[in-house]
Design a protein around this ligand. Structure first.
Ligand SMILES: *[C@@H]1O[C@H](CO)[C@@H](O)[C@H](O)[C@H]1NC(C)=O
Ligand SMILES: *[C@@H]1O[C@H](CO)[C@@H](O)[C@H](O)[C@H]1NC(C)=O
Ligand SMILES: *[C@@H]1O[C@H](CO)[C@@H](O)[C@H](O)[C@H]1NC(C)=O
Ligand SMILES: *[C@@H]1O[C@H](CO)[C@@H](O)[C@H](O)[C@H]1NC(C)=O
Ligand SMILES: *[C@@H]1O[C@H](CO)[C@@H](O)[C@H](O)[C@H]1NC(C)=O
Ligand SMILES: *[C@@H]1O[C@H](CO)[C@@H](O)[C@H](O)[C@H]1NC(C)=O
Ligand SMILES: *[C@@H]1O[C@H](CO)[C@@H](O)[C@H](O)[C@H]1NC(C)=O
Ligand SMILES: *[C@@H]1O[C@H](CO)[C@@H](O)[C@H](O)[C@H]1NC(C)=O
Ligand SMILES: *[C@@H]1O[C@H](CO)[C@@H](O)[C@H](O)[C@H]1NC(C)=O
Ligand SMILES: *[C@@H]1O[C@H](CO)[C@@H](O)[C@H](O)[C@H]1NC(C)=O
Ligand SMILES: *[C@@H]1O[C@H](CO)[C@@H](O)[C@H](O)[C@H]1NC(C)=O
Ligand SMILES: *[C@@H]1O[C@H](CO)[C@@H](O)[C@H](O)[C@H]1NC(C)=O
Ligand SMILES: [Cu+2]
Length: 635
């Protein structure tokens, strides 16, 4: 929910606020952010994410005894006023994100191969922003390990669940064509992996390349740290590679100081009108500072004012592809780099004709690649990832500082920028995507004409027990004990007619499962109509869809249906439906399986904002779900 629909005005940046020296801010008590600068200056330890090969701003953390330690060269610790010995041992949980700096030596033309990864899922205590909390992580570190493959590769990921709860891992944006049971969606494509057991995800990556990510798809677990990048290369990338010298992944996310499951009871408490938990902070590359003085002494949080902002070192004259991924739970960001324009070349794994912008809105689960050219005065600049607090039901002041920052340095230093200037253009206080029309896929793929059209209404309602639940038409999703995929395949085997009818499937309990069974091969138009005052980033599993039309007001005018521009509409897998707005998306239902379509906001999915498409019954009826997948339900 939130205020998006009620705030049509645009906020002008208050420049004078930014110019106040830190010392004055401390004296006058104005501007928590400036106070924070002072704290940073005193205690800045660099998390160096050296963009240039061999740039030596050392990551401050060693990874003693960590099973996930990467093969990257050991970084040199940077000079620091704090006791490095103590901090090193405490921060073994912090991943050396040098691995997110993608080597350009990678062979995009390599013959298809099998790539094997081990992932443990476990609970640790860690403090990405200085506030210690319980986290759920991959391979004992945060953020998660990079998975990097070529199109055509087989990927084997052995997930070992060391939690006390079950889990499941979803590969966001991958088609899983023919392996729907590897989609990792708890209650839909698999029973979750029971505590103390392992499960091998085994799939190939076909007909797609670009920037993806992976995360837990069980309950709200990904909100607690189970997030990581997944990059697919392809020979088709050769042309665009000529436009950059370095290739860098940057994770953006909102951050909470409490375990997500600890926040749910309040969210679902009687009388709470869908006021989602508001983030406490934002992270760039899994790190940020936090001002502990905004918590009282008796807050109960173990808070240290000595965390760090990420630092990215660049070299004059070079061009950097930044692969931005919003791996957060709730917050939309507006990403910008002071004094540097950004050229957008990819959105959700679709390469697009370059568009130059100053600020990039990026919602939950979306990805954008931008090219930054290092052609400004060789000094230091702020990278800004402003969290759009207007998307929230309150601003969580003074805890949340939405002005999340990292440092861009030409000088291999951690000096605070002195001449860095935020763009004068206004921040967009409406939670909305970059105007779809500005994104034109560089590979032309016309949208085929649709065979069938469905309309759904999205709304939040107070349910029978005065709990807030989210509805698609009259269904609020609750995960099934037996995954809907397993039920559908079994039903098709017994030639149960209810599994072969098209349209809203009566084979499932419609109070908790809204399943549209699409006739084989058909091209689907889906009109999503939001009756809610908040914006919702909707994600379709197993497909990319064409964005045919959308608006933030009114209803789709069906008299314009025949005039839709089908020449080369934008294709993506995650789209923001504006507050009280609508969108018409189109996809080819050629990928067999049970595919979730849901709002990616962690809280909203937990509130039931999810439906499913059942596609290609002609293939599904002959499926035998692998024994190890079925076996998860016996755990
Ligand atoms: C950056 O600084 C580190 C030491 O702090 C040094 O090892 C490295 O060579 C420097 N890199 C460049 C490009 O100057
Ligand atoms: C840093 O920590 C080490 C090991 O705990 C200790 O021996 C040393 O005295 C500390 N140094 C300072 C400056 O606090
Ligand atoms: C932050 O301070 C705490 C308490 O002094 C210390 O234990 C910890 O090692 C420090 N962390 C870093 C990254 O310096
Ligand atoms: C994965 O773990 C197995 C042991 O379970 C080990 O033999 C193998 O080398 C590991 N593979 C990778 C790529 O880390
Ligand atoms: C996955 O890892 C677990 C834990 O190391 C191991 O017991 C199991 O044999 C592995 N499974 C596969 C298929 O490699
Ligand atoms: C992965 O799946 C393929 C195709 O089903 C199969 O041939 C292969 O044996 C599987 N690999 C493992 C390690 O289970
Ligand atoms: C495990 O699941 C239970 C039930 O949802 C929840 O209360 C608990 O907080 C979860 N534990 C963790 C570490 O997420
Ligand atoms: C820097 O590079 C950008 C992107 O290529 C370009 O638009 C801009 O004009 C350049 N600025 C300077 C000062 O060269
Ligand atoms: C950044 O841009 C601002 C506004 O155009 C300008 O005043 C400032 O000098 C620039 N900074 C640098 C280091 O060039
Ligand atoms: C969802 O509800 C709307 C409004 O009642 C209705 O027009 C639409 O047909 C329903 N959608 C499906 C797929 O049943
Ligand atoms: C239709 O879309 C294409 C590709 O985005 C664009 O070039 C063209 O101008 C559009 N046509 C109309 C009539 O808007
Ligand atoms: C998936 O595979 C089917 C054949 O089983 C093919 O017709 C379809 O085009 C494929 N879809 C995608 C998205 O790759
Ligand atoms: Cu939502």
């Amino acid at each position: 929910m939130g205020k998006a629909g009620q705030q049509p005005a645009r906020l002008q940046l208050l420049d004078e606020k930014k110019e106040i020296p830190a010392t004055e801010a401390a004296r006058t008590g104005r501007g928590r952010r400036l106070f924070l600068f002072a704290g940073v200056a005193a205690g800045l330890i660099v998390v160096a994410l050296a963009l240039g090969l061999g740039l030596g701003l050392g990551l401050k953390h060693h990874h003693r005894g960590s099973p996930a330690a990467t093969s990257s060269p050991s970084p040199t610790p940077s000079p620091s006023p704090t006791n490095s010995t103590a901090s090193e041992s405490l921060q073994s949980w912090r991943r050396d994100t040098a691995e997110y700096n993608l080597s350009m030596d990678w062979d995009i033309n390599a013959a298809p191969t099998t790539r094997v990864f081990n992932l443990t899922v476990s609970e640790i205590q860690a403090a990405p922003d200085g506030v210690m909390r319980t986290m759920l992580v991959f391979n004992n570190q945060f953020p998660g390990p990079l998975i990097r493959v070529n199109q055509g590769d087989r990927v084997l990921v052995n997930v070992t669940n060391q939690l006390t709860n079950a889990t499941a891992v979803h590969w966001h944006g991958l088609y899983q064509n023919g392996t729907n049971w590897m989609d990792g969606t708890s209650g839909i494509t698999q029973c979750p992996i029971p505590a103390g057991t392992s499960f091998l995800y085994n799939f190939t990556v076909e007909n797609q390349f670009g920037t993806y990510w992976y995360h837990s798809h069980h309950s709200t677990q990904y909100t607690d740290g189970l997030v990581a990048p997944f990059i697919v290369h392809s020979p088709e990338e050769a042309a665009v590679q000529k436009d950059y010298d370095y290739d860098q992944i940057i994770l953006l996310q909102d951050w909470y100081h409490d375990l997500s499951t600890a926040l749910l009871p309040d969210y679902f408490a009687s009388g709470n009108e869908n006021a989602e938990p508001v983030p406490d902070n934002g992270l760039i590359q899994g790190t940020n500072v936090f001002d502990c003085s905004s918590y009282g002494d008796d807050s109960g949080y173990d808070c240290q004012n000595n965390s760090t902002q990420a630092t990215f070192a660049i070299t004059q004259g070079k061009r950097y592809r930044l692969r931005l991924i919003n791996v957060g739970a709730f917050g939309e960001f507006q990403f910008s780099v002071d004094n540097h324009t950004l050229s957008v070349i990819e959105a959700d794994s679709t390469l697009v004709e370059p568009v130059t912008i100053n600020r990039l809105p990026i919602n939950i689960a979306q990805r954008y690649s931008v090219i930054l050219t290092a052609n400004q005065t060789a000094t230091n600049y702020w990278i800004r990832s402003w969290m759009n607090t207007y998307c929230f039901s309150d601003d969580n002041a003074p805890i949340l500082n939405p002005d999340v920052k990292a440092l861009l340095t030409y000088t291999n230093t951690t000096n605070e920028p002195t001449e860095s200037a935020d763009w004068a253009s206004a921040l967009d206080i409406v939670c909305e995507d970059l105007v779809t029309a500005t994104l034109v896929p560089s590979g032309i793929t016309p949208a085929p004409s649709a065979d069938v059209a469905y309309k759904i209404d999205v709304a939040f309602q107070i349910g029978a027990y005065a709990l807030d639940k989210a509805y698609i038409n009259s269904t609020t999703w609750v995960p099934e004990t037996i995954p809907t995929l397993n039920q559908a395949v079994a039903g098709l085997h017994t030639l149960n007619n209810s599994f072969s009818t098209s349209g809203l499937s009566t084979a499932f309990d419609q109070t908790s499962q809204f399943v549209i069974d699409v006739p084989n091969y058909q091209v689907v138009d889906l009109l999503i109509n939001s009756l809610d005052e908040g914006a919702h980033p909707f994600h379709l599993h197993g497909h990319q869809f064409w964005v045919m039309a959308s608006d933030s007001t009114g209803d789709f005018d069906w008299s314009t249906y025949k005039d839709l521009n089908t020449t080369n509409p934008m294709r993506r897998d995650t789209l923001t439906i504006d507050a009280y707005g609508w969108a018409l998306i189109r996809f080819k239902a050629d990928n067999p399986g049970m595919w979730a379509f849901h709002c990616h906001i962690s809280w909203h999915m937990e509130a039931g904002l999810l439906m499913q498409f059942q596609t290609r019954d002609d293939i599904m009826k002959d499926w035998t779900i692998p024994e190890d997948v079925l076996g998860l339900c016996n755990g």
